[in-house]
Design a protein. Structure first.
Length: 122
């Protein structure tokens, strides 16, 4: 469950060090986002040689959450951190690598490019 002002760790190599969530897409009354949802965030810290810069507003797909979520087969999945991948307007990732495991719901929601770059899909 990702809400406003949640700090995400970037799961790609676009140059951001931390991302703060400023909006959850999907309606004016939507307050939480989960795995596979798109949120708007601002880059809090960035590397000077990275693709993104400090205070840049970006779109982020959530790939890992601390809060467990259930699947249709009855299993629960939980990760150690809250992480996201920065995407452009067409849905393609801005980085060239994805670090750490991601949930398979990412591929089911249409982000197969992110799933193919990940080392492990759980």
């Amino acid at each position: 469950m990702i809400q406003l002002r949640t700090v995400l760790t970037p799961a790609d190599n676009c140059g951001a060090k931390s991302i703060k969530v400023i909006h959850v897409y999907g309606g004016s009354k939507r307050t939480y986002g989960s795995v596979g949802d798109v949120v708007a965030g601002v880059v809090d810290q960035a590397l000077p040689t990275g693709v993104v810069k400090d205070a840049e507003i970006v779109r982020v797909v959530i790939v890992r959450t601390n809060k467990e979520f259930s699947r249709k087969d009855g299993t629960y999945v939980r990760f150690d951190d809250n992480a996201g991948v920065i995407i452009d307007k067409t849905g393609n990732p801005r980085g060239t690598r994805v670090f750490g495991p991601i949930a398979r719901e990412i591929k089911e929601k249409g982000y197969s490019k992110i799933a193919s770059m990940a080392k492990e899909v759980i």
